[in-house]
Design a protein around this ligand. Structure first.
Ligand SMILES: NC(=O)c1ccc[n+]([C@@H]2O[C@H](COP(=O)([O-])OP(=O)(O)OC[C@H]3O[C@@H](n4cnc5c(N)ncnc54)[C@H](O)[C@@H]3O)[C@@H](O)[C@H]2O)c1
Length: 441
């Protein structure tokens, strides 16, 4: 191992290394706090002044990082946020956690990564480690970052500076799997790059898994999320199949899940949401298209999942019809508009499409979500309504989309209003299991 790598690792060991986190969002802010709590001096780089100011006041805007956790590390001087990208040269190790959405045509939008890369190309210096954490297509680190960082200053990769990819695996609101106990995969451009990245993350993560290249690390993330997309699509398709056959899909899934091997339980729902599962498979498909290969299974899964909000609205219309009511003019209350339970994140949430489709058919739609006080999609801003017996008495249909734990489901159940329960939350309330498992003694 060369001198620069050795001295970087010594600084990491002694916690003298200064860490830069670029992008203080759902991924970057928890990571910044974790490094700060481990005793490092952390500088967070943001483009949104409001976020930088909030961090510097010790006020969190990310649900998984309570202000009570953020404030002490800000107060002790271990974490500071800045808008000044010239200060990138102050950091010994830099983790990039900027968004990687899709553009209007559904292709990868790596403009945020490119913008950070441009700043880095002006500030990169000897001894620095740069790690990309944003989910992206295989080849991004080597094809976009590496040339930009080597061309400008003539620095040699693996000797003068170090570059790696390490996918973020944060699962917002997961009470068990946090940064520290979720294994982290790293892949460097050279062995020294991997080793430097491994040493850095080992200070805050129990198990760091080194793979042989940046491409392997990039693909690992895409496999994980595509695996979820494909299996959720299968569960969603099974829900449609069961509906047509008059069979309870939840009972079938629970029964299948009693098999102790060869089956992994996934559940159907109103459609995919969040920044990852609906987006990441497109990064893979797009890359493979450039290599003249169509990822058929991956694309079909995305299609099936994308159709679910429309399916939910069809079911809603059927239920209203059964009660002699047209969709037009009916009062529909959507419960939970975040993309999944116990988060306040509405990005790509299927609730947005469901609300829009119902409004398009003339329904009078309101929503209740204790974690999302207001919602802006297409059309005017909506505000979460209180869930009361009086409101339910005026409601024609309730559609449960996100099954937050703090919602009063008993009130909904006991109101007698027809309920379209896309999460099977009411079954969970009842004592009756979907399948009764009898064991012989
Ligand atoms: N949210 C998740 O659960 C999750 C999980 C795993 C991986 N990821 C991946 O991590 C990456 C970040 O996701 P996120 O959910 O944290 O996004 P986010 O939108 O919550 O946060 C990104 C932050 O980066 C800032 N930003 C944008 N451009 C910037 C720039 N040029 N310089 C500095 N800051 C900039 C934004 O203002 C924002 O605060 C994405 O690639 C995403 O796919 C997210």
């Amino acid at each position: 191992m060369g001198g620069k790598a050795r001295s970087l690792m010594d600084k990491v060991d002694s916690r003298d290394a200064r860490i830069g986190i670029v992008g203080l969002g759902y991924v970057g802010l928890p990571l910044a706090v974790e490094f700060a709590e481990a005793g490092f001096s952390v500088l967070g780089f943001e483009v949104a002044p409001k976020k930088a100011e909030a961090v510097n006041r010790g006020e969190s805007y990310v649900r998984d990082v309570p202000s009570a956790k953020l404030a002490p590390v800000v107060k002790s001087g271990h974490l500071t946020a800045t808008l000044d990208f010239d200060r990138l040269s102050d950091a010994d190790a830099i983790c990039i956690c900027v968004p990687t959405p899709l553009n209007k045509t559904g292709d990868p939008d790596v403009s945020y990564i490119m913008s950070v890369t441009e700043s880095l190309s002006k500030t990169i210096r000897k001894g620095q480690l740069v790690i990309l954490e944003s989910t992206t297509y295989p080849g991004t680190t080597r094809e976009l970052l590496l040339p930009a960082l080597t061309e400008s200053g003539g620095l040699k990769i693996g000797v003068d500076f170090f570059l790696a990819f390490s996918p973020e695996r944060v699962d917002p609101s997961n009470p068990v799997w946090k940064i520290r106990n979720t294994p982290k995969v790293v892949g460097g451009i050279t062995a020294a790059c991997s080793e430097a990245a491994r040493a850095l993350y080992s200070t805050i993560i129990e198990n760091v898994v080194v793979v042989s290249s940046t491409e392997a690390a990039e693909l690992t993330k895409l496999l994980e999320n595509t695996f979820r997309s494909v299996n959720i699509a299968l569960a969603n398709e099974m829900a449609v199949v069961c509906d047509k056959l008059g069979v309870d899909v939840w009972e079938v899934i629970e029964a299948a899940a009693t098999k102790p091997f060869g089956f992994m339980k996934f559940t159907p729902g109103p459609g995919l949401g969040g920044h990852c599962i609906p987006v990441d498979p497109h990064y893979l498909s797009w890359k493979m298209k450039t290599l003249d290969y169509k990822t058929r299974l991956v694309e079909l899964a995305s299609e099936i999942n994308a159709e679910m909000p429309r399916y939910v609205v069809e079911k809603a219309a059927d239920m209203l019809n059964q009660h002699d009511k047209p969709v037009k003019g009916s009062h529909v209350v959507v419960i939970g508009v975040a993309y999944k339970r116990d988060t306040d994140d509405t990005r790509e949430s299927p609730a947005l499409d469901i609300i829009q489709l119902l409004i398009g058919k003339g329904a009078r739609v309101s929503y209740h979500d204790p974690l999302v006080p207001s919602l802006r999609h297409e059309g005017p801003e909506m505000e979460s309504v209180e869930l009361t017996a009086e409101r339910l008495a005026e409601t024609d249909l309730v559609v449960i989309v996100a099954d937050h734990s703090e919602i009063e489901y008993e009130l909904i159940r006991d109101s007698g209003v027809p309920i379209l329960d896309t999460r099977n939350v009411l079954r969970r309330l009842s004592e009756t299991p979907a399948v009764a498992v009898a064991t012989s003694r």
